[in-house]
Design a protein around this ligand. Structure first.
Ligand code: GLN
Length: 450
């Protein structure tokens, strides 16, 4: 059914960079055979899933939506996709993204622009726009994305699905093509909180192949969800007052305010919380993320793998021409920003300063979590915008992640859950945030709200 749906919708939607139909059918038949033989099946047996195309899949192209990796077929499997396969999930294809996950609209893909299923003239958000659109359009049941500054939560909000960025270190990054290693985290998309919880359990857990992986027990998130969750004053929810200011669409403001009222009706005690350094998240991120990206992307030099220019006559021109032709505009912008911020003489003024501000932002959250259990704010300041609307305005595009970025800087988990529609019928998301490793509580509150 998923493959039929993909065939019918892809000509308009373009959520997938590659569809792995034969392999999917083979995997699905293997599950059928297991069931017929009375053998045990995995947590996700037979569930069609989309994988963002920045996760390495052995024998299957992994392009990061970049020309640089057009012909790259990884010789190894990422931990997350291996875990999914072990759980019986059936990968139907690799989903579109902004090149190397840099962007907020999926328009930075070198191959295609993914449409928002709710309005084909609008973007699905990004950078995991393909995964969000595929789940919203029922081309697959669940999907995997990566979130460095909001790339799961913002597209989830734009496409009316649930999307979650887990605590930094909960999900292994082994085999995820690195963008900004201290911020990158893989996470789940689902149409419901329960699906999201099931998928999170399947991908989470310690991995010796990732040095930042956390050694923690993974609870059965979905089993712990209670339909009649009634906290009666035991749940303290804080709305971040600084996020309800300038630049926030009035319809988003209304929908999120209503969501907060609904949380109150469930029995949560609502407080106003101030995170005064929250607004420095964006400028801090745009020093740290490009700095790390410039180092991570140094490996694409035409020597080891990926694209190599055919036109060079010496080594240096091979490097420069390969990088000039292989990377898109936004990726080059990030590399320029990053190498500048890291260069001698500027390091202290920009990179070191940004690291200090990062600590202050973390402290704001720590203080907030002394007073409340869950924080709430809009996921994105607007609903889905038109294709092309922000492409000439990189700063305008960056503003999309104003409310999602601080969590990556602090390593906290956050989730976007649908909370209504604007006057054009476009979905709106509300972001719920918990302290580190409280995904159980985060999912429970989202589930009770949903
Ligand atoms: N939109 C942000 C950026 O362009 C975040 C991307 C992400 O989370 N991968 O960097």
């Amino acid at each position: 059914e998923a493959l039929d749906r993909i065939q019918a919708l892809e000509p308009k939607l373009h959520s997938f960079l590659c569809v792995t139909a034969d392999r999917a059918l083979q995997q699905a038949r293997a599950v059928d055979a297991k069931i017929a033989a009375g053998e045990e099946i995995g947590l996700l047996a037979g569930i069609p899933i989309g994988i963002k195309d920045n996760m390495c899949t052995q024998g299957i192209p992994t392009t990061c939506a970049s020309k640089m990796l057009e012909n790259f077929v990884p010789p190894y499997e990422s931990t997350v996709t291996q875990k999914l396969a072990d759980a019986g999930a059936v990968m139907v294809g690799k989903t579109n993204l902004d090149e190397f996950a840099m962007g907020s609209s999926t328009e930075n893909s070198a191959y295609q622009v993914t449409a928002n299923p709710w309005d084909l003239d609008r973007v699905p958000g990004g950078s995991s726009g393909g995964s969000a659109a595929a789940v919203a359009a029922k081309e697959c049941v669940v999907a995997i994305g990566s979130d460095t500054g909001g790339s799961i939560r913002q597209p989830a909000s734009f496409c009316g699905v649930v999307g979650m960025k887990p605590t930094y270190g909960l999900v292994s990054r082994f085999g995820l093509v690195a963008f900004a290693s201290s911020l990158d985290q893989i996470g789940p998309f689902g149409r419901t909180v329960e699906d999201t919880a099931i998928l999170l359990r399947a991908i989470a857990g310690y991995d010796p192949k990732d040095s930042t992986s956390l050694k923690v027990e993974i609870p059965d998130y979905a089993k712990a969800l209670r339909p009649n969750f009634k906290p009666r004053g035991q749940l303290r929810v804080g709305f971040i007052k600084e996020t309800f200011g300038e630049g926030l669409d009035s319809t988003v403001w209304q929908a999120v305010t209503k969501a907060i009222e609904q949380l109150q009706n469930l029995g949560a005690e609502i407080q106003e919380i101030s995170c005064p350094r929250f607004r420095y998240g964006l400028p801090t991120y745009y020093v740290i993320a490009p700095s790390e990206a410039s180092a991570n992307l140094a490996r694409y030099d035409g020597v080891k793998y990926g694209f190599r220019t055919p036109n060079a006559d010496n080594l240096l021109s091979m490097y420069t021409q390969t990088r000039a032709a292989g990377f898109g505009k936004e990726v080059k912008r990030r590399i320029m920003l990053g190498t500048y911020a890291l260069s001698a003489g500027y390091y202290d003024a920009y990179y070191l300063k940004a690291q200090k501000v990062r600590t202050l932002i973390k402290q704001d959250f720590l203080r907030a979590f002394e007073k409340v259990d869950i924080l709430v704010c809009p996921t994105a300041p607007t609903t889905a915008f038109k294709v092309g609307e922000n492409t000439e305005d990189p700063l305008g595009m960056y503003l999309n992640d104003l409310m999602t970025i601080p969590l990556n800087l602090a390593g906290l988990p956050g989730l976007s859950v649908p909370c209504g529609f604007d006057e054009k019928g476009l979905p709106i998301g509300v972001q719920l945030i918990s302290n580190v490793l409280r995904e159980d509580l985060l999912l429970q509150v989202a589930y009770a709200y949903e």
